[in-house]
Design a protein around this ligand. Structure first.
Ligand code: NAG
Ligand code: NAG
Ligand code: NAG
Ligand code: NAG
Ligand code: NAG
Ligand code: NAG
Ligand code: NAG
Ligand code: NAG
Ligand code: NAG
Ligand code: NAG
Ligand code: NAG
Ligand code: NAG
Length: 364
């Protein structure tokens, strides 16, 4: 009996200890800062799955939120900073409650990261949901990254009317319009009629929004109203060996996908897996704007490939457009004009070729 009591007492003690740790360890106080060149380059969530801070990008650093994974993390949110940060910058929660990017040498504020907070912050925290929040004195949320999505939404997050996702290369947009309709189109053609994906919303209410809930249902609809389930990952329910994170992202190739990340608990190897549960489009060539000027998309290989029309060649300069943004094979082509065509007299010379077979014209 004494043994059991002792055991129970121990269990209660360790529980409170864990609770207290959880409670305080991820509350960041005023005056705290992060810097890419020290060991404190990020603030982590209690589960350690999500981090807020600096990550390497191009030749400098960006500020954002990433999900732990292998071989490297998945960026789920990026701060809107016009100029890329460098190693002498720091992120600071200032004593007067602003979350800013500061240049250490010049001590000047380069950018305000959490704009539009309703009042000065008292603390900040990276939550296990992947939501980075600013708290007021009474611990109510006054700003959250979930309200400012970039290319992804996570479980528990909505894409509300008037919000949009933009692919990380800036090429594609998924727009949740204020009339309740959802459209994906190339950024260069910001028009409804250049949409390459628009789920049928005719049965839904005007106040619909896109939601990804905590059990992995990706839905369009309104609270208490009609709901259209776009995708579900319910087959992952009930797995108690893993932590599960759901993520829906407008990827670099313009396709909107739902991912499931699973993390093994109590496993020091930190084994993780990521699978695609659903994607809005399976034929890459349906994505308007996937291939550039004078090129066409070919899907014979199972994934879209951009090729120049016969008589055209790639413009080399354009290959650098998406440097460091792998996966994107955006191609722009120009006509091959032989010198003698230009010099040999009035008008252009034309040659007639066999037509390309099985071609379909898309967006102009
Ligand atoms: C942290 O714990 C204290 C005392 O147990 C409690 O008053 C406070 O609300 C907790 N804060 C959070 C964010 O859970
Ligand atoms: C950073 O961490 C490494 C290894 O964990 C340690 O050797 C180094 O001294 C730390 N640097 C600073 C500035 O704390
Ligand atoms: C990012 O910041 C720029 C300049 O402050 C602003 O014009 C733009 O609208 C912002 N973008 C988003 C998505 O908030
Ligand atoms: C960004 O950099 C450019 C050129 O270096 C500079 O002119 C501009 O003022 C910078 N913008 C901000 C917001 O720091
Ligand atoms: C970082 O930015 C500051 C201010 O914009 C500039 O003075 C400094 O040279 C930059 N450092 C590097 C390594 O680019
Ligand atoms: C900040 O608030 C203003 C006015 O309420 C609004 O126009 C602007 O879009 C907001 N900016 C962001 C980044 O939410
Ligand atoms: C916290 O403060 C805000 C305004 O500062 C107020 O609107 C809100 O009701 C307060 N919340 C609580 C739980 O006291
Ligand atoms: C998402 O929308 C639901 C239903 O309207 C709402 O209950 C929930 O608070 C929203 N989530 C966030 C993070 O705003
Ligand atoms: C959308 O759904 C409604 C009802 O299910 C159907 O009548 C209509 O034809 C559909 N529209 C399109 C464009 O598929
Ligand atoms: C997610 O949405 C589905 C479909 O609307 C619903 O059955 C399920 O209960 C929701 N899960 C949570 C955690 O709200
Ligand atoms: C889930 O937990 C129950 C009870 O703790 C256990 O019996 C079951 O084997 C576990 N399931 C898996 C898939 O590990
Ligand atoms: C961790 O999980 C992986 C995959 O489930 C497994 O291969 C590995 O043996 C596990 N490691 C430990 C220490 O349990």
């Amino acid at each position: 009996m004494a043994l059991i009591t002792l055991f129970l007492l121990f269990a209660v003690l360790s529980l409170t200890e864990v609770g207290a740790q959880k409670n305080d360890s991820n509350i960041i106080a005023l005056g705290s800062s992060l810097s890419p060149k020290t060991n404190s380059s990020s603030w982590v969530s209690p589960s350690r799955l999500f981090s807020f801070g600096f990550y390497p990008h191009d030749n400098g650093f960006a500020v954002g939120i990433w999900l732990m994974g292998e071989p490297e993390g998945t960026i789920v949110w990026t701060a809107n900073i016009t100029n890329l940060s460098n190693s002498s910058d720091s992120v600071e929660l200032t004593k007067d409650g602003q979350l800013v990017l500061r240049n250490e040498k010049q001590m000047e504020v380069v950018a305000v990261i959490a704009k539009n907070a309703s009042e000065p912050a008292d603390s900040t925290s990276m939550l296990d949901s992947g939501n980075f929040v600013l708290y007021s004195k009474n611990r109510s949320v006054i700003w959250q990254s979930f309200d400012h999505p970039t290319d992804s939404i996570l479980g528990g997050q909505n894409l509300s009317q008037g919000q949009h996702l933009i692919s990380a290369n800036g090429d594609f947009i998924l727009n949740m319009q204020t009339d309740g309709k959802l459209f994906a189109y190339p950024v260069s053609h910001e028009r409804e009629n250049s949409a390459y994906w628009d789920p049928n919303t005719s049965q839904l209410d005007d106040d619909s929004q896109l939601t990804l809930n905590l059990t992995g249902f990706l839905c369009l609809g309104s609270y208490g109203g009609n709901i259209k389930v776009l995708a579900k990952s319910s087959n992952h329910l009930g797995r108690n060996t893993s932590l599960i994170i759901y993520r829906a992202t407008l990827d670099l190739d313009g396709i909107f996908r739902l991912y499931v990340h699973t993390f093994e608990k109590n496993n020091n190897t930190g084994f993780t897996s990521q699978i695609i549960v659903w994607q809005a489009i399976y034929d890459q060539c349906q994505v308007n704007g996937f291939c550039g000027m004078n090129s066409y998309c070919s899907d014979v290989s199972g994934k879209g490939e951009c090729k120049c029309y016969p008589g055209f060649r790639p413009i080399n300069g354009n290959k650098n457009k998406n440097k460091n943004k792998n996966k994107n094979i955006f191609l722009v082509c120009e006509q091959i004009i032989k010198n003698d065509c230009i010099t040999s007299g009035p008008g252009m010379l034309y040659s007639v070729r066999n037509p390309l077979q099985h071609m379909q014209w898309g967006l102009q």
